[in-house]
Design a protein around this ligand. Sequence first.
Ligand code: HGY
Ligand code: MN
Ligand code: MN
Length: 426
Amino acid sequence: MTAAVAPNLVAAVDQARHWSDLTAMAAIGGFTDAAGNQGVNRPCLTELDREARRLLLSWGEAAGLAPSVDRLGNLFLRLEGADPTLAPVLTGSHMDSQPQGGRFDGIWGVLAGLEAVRAIREAGITPRRPIEVVAWTNEEGGRYAPGCMGSMAYTGFAPPQTWDGVTDRAGIRFSDALAETLAAEADIPRRPLGVVEGTAPFAYLEAHIEQGPLLEAQGQDIGVVTGIQGSRWFLVEIRGKSDHAGTTPLGLRQDAVQDMLRAITALNALMHDPADILRFTVASIEVEPNTSNSVAAVARFTIDFRHPDNAVLQARGNAIEGVIQAAVRNCAVTLTERFHAAPAAFQPMVPDAVEAAARAQGLRHIRMPSGAFHDAQFLVPVCPTGMLFVPCRAGVSHHPAEYATPEALAAGTRVLAQALADLANR
Ligand code: HGY
Ligand code: MN
Ligand code: MN
């Protein structure tokens, strides 16, 4: 569908309404940091998350969209199609944020989907296929590791009970937090769990801020995303022995922190990449008993390792355990892999629809990969999948300074609306 075919569709996307929605949503879990940036801290399956979902549900109801929720808490708003029996076109993203998150990561894709289907309705278009807006459960993996639990369960990538026993820092089990959200939404109709218990969507298109500097640096309006690099998450636990800091000779210690430092130093060597393509991050560390005058008995740290080449992702990821074992001096090591998403390339259909819409609307666009992972990564095996990016200021994300302009977000939403209408008429 070109803009000429439905000029009223592009015009029906309401930039002021869309920005107002984003501002209202950003207030839920919103905070202002020391530099005056407005951030969001809205972990999945919390009271804040439930408040945000209720607000979304109220907007969906006002737009005449039918709500439903599956047993992983994935939340759907459905615009009925001329033929309700046809597999829907799916769009959306996630509503949970990082602890020091921004106002746009994830939530923009959900609200862009809402605004796009509102515009389709207000333009008087009844798409052949239904269009569903989805908010996936726990994409970030901050409160409960790993991320993408909702989309991994929906697509059958992992059994739905896989993470029942995972606990957050307060010791609350994922299954209990999920049950609390589902109980609070007992009034919302239930639906089968995605591909596992139902049918696959016809296509999936996710809108997201770029979370990188390319589009802004090149003066581009739209990123036509070609695929997502691979990600592997590990938890490393190093167990030594607690001792008195003042009396125990260094030569007799089993110091978990010292061995953790040896392990991370060795991993830095393993992950060295002169081309700076590889991404290796250690950013969450726990120590027990965590007092200044007791030698550390336990040190736990996370590994977030990413690469676009699966051969590198497998080779270096599989070498992690041996490198750590060789590096530690006298502590025991336990390595647990918590997330393993292979690099995903999008099939041509959806990127081509995004590119056609951007071109029809006269927007500058480039094809580009995603460095961040997204729920879209897990939809690739079940249906034609794609993403569109809009620029964000200096590429900053996972930080309160994350920002995108109302104009950039509206442009992305107009491309989304046209691409969804195009796909839903196939
Ligand atoms: O970590 C990621 O790539 C995503 O932003 N959650
Ligand atoms: Mn995201
Ligand atoms: Mn994120």
